[in-house]
Design a protein around this ligand. Structure first.
Ligand SMILES: [Zn+2]
Length: 138
């Protein structure tokens, strides 16, 4: 079961509380039995393992989010150069699917269907399979 960062921080505090309790016992010249020392160490070990797991999961999630952010930034930069016309987005004379861009911020270049009509050209979104007819020819 994943441990979130807040839970990992709470475990870290618990581990530090144990260390503080042992240090106080030493400062107060209290003799700890072998069993008490073993219990403290086992509890510390368990908490540190959970903290390590939480950090590893947080690192993995962080990497994933950074990847998603970089991809979103790349797409936003790409889309910043779009122009509009005939209900489509255009970039370097090629049309892009308005549905893919408007709903998912994915720049999906439309494929031309080799079927010349009197009205113009037919383009198809490779994702949605929707056809768009344009008067503009490229
Ligand atoms: Zn599409």
């Amino acid at each position: 079961m994943p441990i979130d960062i807040a839970a990992g921080l709470a475990l870290c505090k618990n581990a530090l509380d144990i260390v503080m309790a042992v240090r106080k016992a030493i400062r107060d010249k209290k003799k700890l039995t072998d069993e008490e020392i073993r219990d403290y160490l086992e509890t510390l070990q368990d908490k540190l393992v959970d903290v390590k797991t939480a950090l590893m999961e947080a690192d993995e999630e962080n990497r994933s989010l950074k990847g998603q952010l970089a991809e979103a930034k790349r797409m936003a930069d790409f889309g910043a150069e779009f122009t509009t016309g005939e209900g489509l987005y255009w970039r370097e004379k090629y049309p892009y699917c308005p549905t893919c861009w408007d709903t998912e911020r994915k720049a999906v270049r439309l494929g031309e269907i080799p079927f010349d009509t009197d009205r113009g050209e037919i383009w198809q979104c490779p994702v949605h399979k929707v056809h768009h007819v344009t008067q503009q020819r490229h």
